[in-house]
Design a protein around this ligand. Structure first.
Ligand SMILES: [Zn+2]
Ligand SMILES: [Zn+2]
Length: 354
């Protein structure tokens, strides 16, 4: 649709507004990743704080819908409609297109177009991930970016080098188990894939809370090698093994089945040494599914957007940085998004008893 020159140029706020329930497109009658139940929701990805149960109609990628059903049950929404990457759905005159966000399997940036183009990134990262499609840069007039790691101190470095640290420790301590805390959706499967890329081909053991999501990744063609459930293994078998579990399980009764475990945690927050110490983590691994400071800044510039809205995390520093680059920027301050890198997204991880 062409810009209407008689009433002046469209602005981003004419298409999308920030409300306590989340980003709302009044003319399309829908919300993006609403934090409260709404009639019509467009969902960027299946992390529990973005993909909540209880909406009327949900539009998302097929993978996101499958993952929502796995996590919240078949009846978690009134109705579900799948949209493929690159396919355009028109909702009351607003053209909606989903583009890969490189965050987790099925994750999307949502592009709205009517007179001008607005892209809501959802969570994203701009580095390769063997378990999902790469981030697709989408030029736009206004870009809504996440800011989980929106401080210059956050530079994630090379995930392959972090993975080698883990494998080096496994080689040094063949009699001990390595217990790695990972978020169940995305991080678990990416870390397994990184370990396989580093040519480690022994079985990798899983906490039961990671099983269903990991099996789903495998069913979608993601190669993860031989996986076993830790609860089926003897203590002797777990000597020298790598086991993945939700971050909270590292210090729980569940971990007692492992011989003298080395505790590890894979998260962007492990860049902060105090966090690793506080959690009593022996082997912090800086591996994140979110863009780091450099990634956020580079992506913002590359979109060509003149207007930047910042949400979900460290909003102020990024807003300030945008201002220094002559970009109009503002924080959205929507409450309700959790922090899956911390292992504490809004919804508790399913637990397995000892
Ligand atoms: Zn996420
Ligand atoms: Zn998020």
């Amino acid at each position: 649709m062409q810009r209407n020159h008689y009433v002046g140029p469209m602005r981003a706020e004419d298409l999308l507004v920030s409300t306590p329930a989340g980003l709302c497109c009044p003319s399309g009658g829908f919300y993006i990743d609403p934090v409260r139940p709404v009639d019509k929701a467009l969902i960027t990805h299946a992390h529990s704080d973005h993909a909540r149960a209880g909406h009327g109609a949900v539009l998302a990628t097929p993978e996101t819908l499958d993952l929502m059903r796995l996590r919240c049950g078949d009846d978690c929404a009134g109705s579900m409609q799948a949209v493929r990457y690159g396919e355009t759905v028109t909702i009351d005159g607003v053209a909606v297109t989903f583009h890969p966000a490189g965050h987790v399997l099925g994750s999307a940036q949502i592009c709205l177009e009517r007179g001008l183009r607005v892209v809501a990134s959802g969570d994203y990262k701009d580095v390769p991930d063997p378990t999902c499609l790469p981030f697709e840069l989408t030029r736009c007039d206004a870009f809504i970016t996440e800011a989980t790691f929106g401080l210059p101190v956050f530079r994630h470095g090379d995930p392959a080098a972090e993975t080698r640290k883990l494998l080096h420790s496994v080689a040094l301590f063949p009699e001990r188990a390595h217990l790695v805390g990972v978020y169940a959706l995305g991080k678990a499967q990416r870390l397994i894939a990184l370990i396989r890329e580093a040519r480690y081909d022994k079985p990798i053991y899983l906490h039961g809370a990671l099983e269903a999501l990991t099996r789903y990744y495998v069913s979608r063609g993601v190669t993860l090698g031989e996986l076993r459930l830790a609860r089926d293994a003897s203590k002797a078998e777990l000597a020298g093994a790598i086991a993945l579990c939700p971050p909270s399980a590292v210090k729980e009764v569940w971990s007692r089945r492992f011989p003298d475990p080395v505790t590890s945690f894979a998260s962007g927050w492990m860049r902060v040494r105090a966090r690793a110490r506080q959690r009593q983590i022996d082997l912090p691994l800086v591996i994140s599914d979110h863009a780091d400071w450099d990634g956020l800044c580079a992506t913002i510039l590359a979109t060509g957007a003149g207007e930047i809205w910042v949400t979900h995390g460290e909003e102020d520093a990024l807003v300030h940085w945008c201002g220094s680059r002559g970009l109009a920027a503002r924080p959205l301050r929507i409450l309700g998004y959790g922090d899956e890198e911390e292992g504490s997204a809004a919804e508790p991880e399913p637990q397995e008893t000892a």
